[in-house]
Design a protein around this ligand. Sequence first.
Ligand SMILES: Nc1nc2c(c(=O)[nH]1)N[C@@H](CN(C=O)c1ccc(C(=O)N[C@@H](CCC(=O)O)C(=O)O)cc1)CN2
Length: 303
Amino acid sequence: MTQATLIDGKAIAASVREEIGRRAQELQAATGKRPGLAVVLVGEDPASQVYVRSKDRTANELGFHSVKHTLPADTAEADLLALIETLNTDPDIHGILVQLPLPGHIDESKVLRLIRPEKDVDGFHPVNVGLLNAGERDHALVPCTPHGSLILLKRTLGADLSGKTAVVVGRSNIVGKPMASLLLAESCTVTIAHSRTRNLPDVIRAADIVVAAVGRPEMIRGEWIGKGATVIDVGINRLPAPELGEGKTRLVGDVAFDECLDHVGAITPVPGGVGPMTIVMLMANTLTAARRQLGLPEDKPIF
Ligand SMILES: Nc1nc2c(c(=O)[nH]1)N[C@@H](CN(C=O)c1ccc(C(=O)N[C@@H](CCC(=O)O)C(=O)O)cc1)CN2
């Protein structure tokens, strides 16, 4: 018996995208300027190529100024840094995104630290990380995947999450840590769990909200999740699927989805849950960055 509500990330992303399109048009009507986004891809990772194409296409569809830089896998770190310096001073570019992962010979942290914090639409620069952790979220640029996950939670549970217990499984800089900061700022009681957490099933079972971001296919079993909990599955794991044909693959999350359906309150599917929110929140951040750089007041937050 299915009792869980499916959280439709595609539909929610579409409604957020519409709102961003409206706001971008207002910006252009008021200032003659379009939000400008530069996306940088180094190498030929097939998934990264898909994501970068999708970012560029979405930006164009929303009427943004969009520039895509595709560099070969053996690009010298110094050349990538020089490109970022150029984008940092380009007045038509309000947001810079370097697609991750970068090839192994490039120091990722050095690259991310060079992006001007006000153009850091990924929210990975230490200034933006610090603002978020200091409770100054309204002055930061917030990482796209956790920000999108928070919107999914609010659309499902209502705007007030205060007092809820939340477990974030995974402690990455891209998802786990910023997700925990966002939930703390919403006055949730937050636990960050990880591979060395003792009694992980019991820790997860006690939570009203479970955010899974470990990058291990279906590691979190249905019986680990409490009755009525809300589950946000950030994992996108590609597994071989010979049953679909030779060489075919299928996507699964970090949560064993089917095992949850008879007892959780709501859950995001994979695909079609958190993923679509990531790109739309990049557009939201680019618009926010453009407004700030043009000296305009903040728009109201998107929820
Ligand atoms: N600089 C960054 N690099 C990476 C980020 C990021 O936020 N900034 N996140 C991920 C990749 N990513 C965006 O870059 C991303 C991942 C997944 C999706 C998505 O829509 N997924 C779909 C399924 C797509 C498929 O079939 O493969 C879904 O879940 O429904 C969008 C963006 C790592 N790098």
